[in-house]
Ligand binder design. Structure first.
Ligand code: HEC
Ligand code: HEC
Ligand code: HEC
Ligand code: HEC
Length: 427
């Protein structure tokens, strides 16, 4: 005898009616309606808006927390310079002994926290017998060069080893030449370096490796024709495959910064600079900076690295936007760790010419437009795009004159600080 007196048929009916309702309730309770936050970056109605999930932003804040700075070194009178105190200091020789040991401690925390000083040193601290020390010396020069020559991109915020390394000897986000997965031989279809889900291009079917081509030949990124119905030899420029690489790179850039295309572009014209946001000009410098970092600093280290550190085609792991940005539109959410290490890693008034590469020809000398995009003189929209002279034959030409994010005089895109929502009569 059961205690339940309801006849079996009614029980089944009850179950049929109640279960789906309960199930639906459970399902809905499991769904989260994301709380979002939006920021307008262009005119109303152009879709130039960034929408972020507040929970994702909270996770991002945790992931980008900055380690505490080392306490300042105590300075005392007649303190020797590192070059006097030690035997083999080739780059940081001008620092006081105290400041030198302070940066050694910081470098250890940023690059090899688990391994410690012995990641780069044997008992004889002056010896260069571990390759990591040779790499680290070059990385110090590279970091100084970024903070000196590329303020059009990194501004005064600058970078330290931590921007890329984040406690790992090899940064988590790098690229090397990628031939893609091996295909079977014979008559089997050749994938031509694309049509497989690759995280570098947002799991799209676009080419696996837009970096070898475009981060080394930035002028090839421009694909939009300047004429209607172009014919070969009349400005047709890019093939479909080249265009796909451009889109692959753009997806990388968007994911690296955690933004969508309209952070930089007004999608009614991906090519027009006068309709793009100031961030697109900053990105333009970033692309050239990445080329310079890889060409002048990382490539020459190839013979120094052991084979296990090289990519499948034998080239070193290189820098792209994600190496520094790690999913944030400003690395470390805009925090400047450099300000605590200006002496060792900051801009250098005079760099040793022998040790330093020639400053990039296309670069930051005329950083003005990028530095103060809002103030850029409003050129007439049609003339403005004179910009980053694509494929400028004379690389010495001050190409960056172009990215002048010249906002059309009549309608200035709302600055992020003034909430455009207050515009009267907007849709
Ligand atoms: C990521 C690599 C790296 C780590 C880790 C590291 N160092 Fe160094 N160290 C270097 C480099 C590179 C130089 C040479 C700098 C130069 O040429 O300007 C150097 C030089 C030195 C020198 C000068 C030796 C001489 O006589 O020439 C001392 C002392 C030193 N480090 C101490 C330390 C201590 C102590 C630690 C741990 C707290 C440490 N280092 C961790 C890379 C490293
Ligand atoms: C712009 C990004 C970037 C910055 C800034 C940077 N590095 Fe690196 N570093 C890299 C990349 C990329 C590699 C990996 C190269 C490879 O493995 O082929 C690397 C490799 C290294 C290695 C070799 C590690 C290993 O186990 O093979 C050392 C040591 C190193 N960096 C030290 C430093 C120090 C010290 C600084 C600051 C003075 C610094 N790096 C700043 C990008 C950076
Ligand atoms: C962080 C800023 C940024 C983001 C985000 C971005 N772009 Fe770009 N885009 C640029 C820059 C800068 C150039 C010009 C590159 C150059 O000339 O070196 C460019 C060029 C292009 C071009 C070529 C235009 C021409 O004149 O031929 C296309 C097409 C394009 N982007 C599409 C996209 C798409 C689609 C997305 C989103 C998936 C996107 N972009 C995201 C900055 C950005
Ligand atoms: C060496 C590190 C480094 C690399 C590599 C790098 N950036 Fe940056 N980027 C920075 C820093 C630092 C800032 C913040 C400057 C500031 O405080 O305004 C920044 C800022 C930006 C901004 C402005 C964001 C905003 O919110 O205003 C854009 C856009 C940008 N980067 C795009 C790129 C693109 C695209 C690439 C790859 C082609 C790239 N960056 C590669 C360090 C880097």
């Amino acid at each position: 005898m059961t205690t339940n007196t309801a006849p079996p048929r009614r029980r089944t009916a009850l179950l049929r009616g109640v279960l789906p309702v309960l199930g639906l309730a459970a399902l809905l309770a499991g769904c989260e309606e994301p709380v979002t936050e939006s920021q307008q970056t262009g005119y109303r109605g152009t879709g130039m808006v960034q929408i972020n999930n507040v929970d994702v932003l909270a996770l991002q804040a945790v992931a980008n927390a900055v380690p505490e700075a080392q306490p300042p070194a105590e300075a005392y009178a007649d303190e020797p310079r590192a070059s006097q105190a030690y035997e083999n200091v080739q780059v940081l020789g001008d620092l006081s002994e105290g400041e030198f040991l302070r940066i050694m401690t910081a470098i250890t925390e940023w690059v090899a926290p688990d391994e410690g000083c012995t990641y780069c040193h044997t008992e004889n601290l002056a010896s260069d017998d571990i390759y990591t020390k040779v790499v680290a010396r070059r990385m110090i020069q590279m970091t100084r060069a970024i903070n000196t020559d590329w303020t059009a991109h990194v501004q005064q915020t600058g970078v330290t080893c931590y921007t890329c390394h984040r406690g790992h000897p090899v940064p988590l986000q790098t690229w090397s030449e990628n031939p893609g997965p091996r295909t079977a031989g014979g008559m089997s279809a050749h994938r031509n370096g694309q049509n497989g889900a690759n995280p570098a291009t947002g799991l799209s079917s676009l080419p696996y490796d837009p970096f070898s081509a475009l981060l080394r030949q930035p002028d090839d990124i421009r694909v939009v024709s300047k004429v209607a119905l172009p014919l070969r030899g009349e400005g047709i420029g890019a093939t479909i495959q080249e265009t796909e690489k451009t889109y692959g790179l753009m997806i990388h850039m968007s994911e690296a910064l955690g933004v969508n295309c309209t952070f930089c572009h007004n999608s009614r014209s991906f090519t027009a600079w006068d309709q793009s946001s100031p961030q697109r000009s900053i990105a333009w410098y970033g692309i050239r900076m990445v080329d310079a970092i890889n060409t002048d600093y990382i490539d020459p280290l190839k013979p120094v690295f052991p084979a296990t550190r090289l990519g499948p085609l034998g080239d070193p792991k290189k820098v792209n936007c994600a190496t520094c940005h790690n999913g944030a539109s400003k690395p470390l959410l805009g925090a400047s760790m450099l300000q605590d290490y200006e002496q060792s890693l900051g801009a250098q008034a005079a760099v040793t010419p022998a040790a330093m590469p020639v400053p990039p020809a296309t670069a930051p000398a005329d950083a003005a437009p990028a530095a103060e995009p809002a103030a850029a003189p409003a050129a007439t929209p049609e003339t403005a795009p004179a910009a980053p002279a694509p494929a400028a034959p004379a690389p010495a030409a001050p190409a960056p004159a172009a990215p002048a994010p010249a906002a059309p005089a009549t309608e200035t895109p709302p600055a992020a600080s003034e909430p455009p929502a207050t515009q009267p009569g907007a849709n």
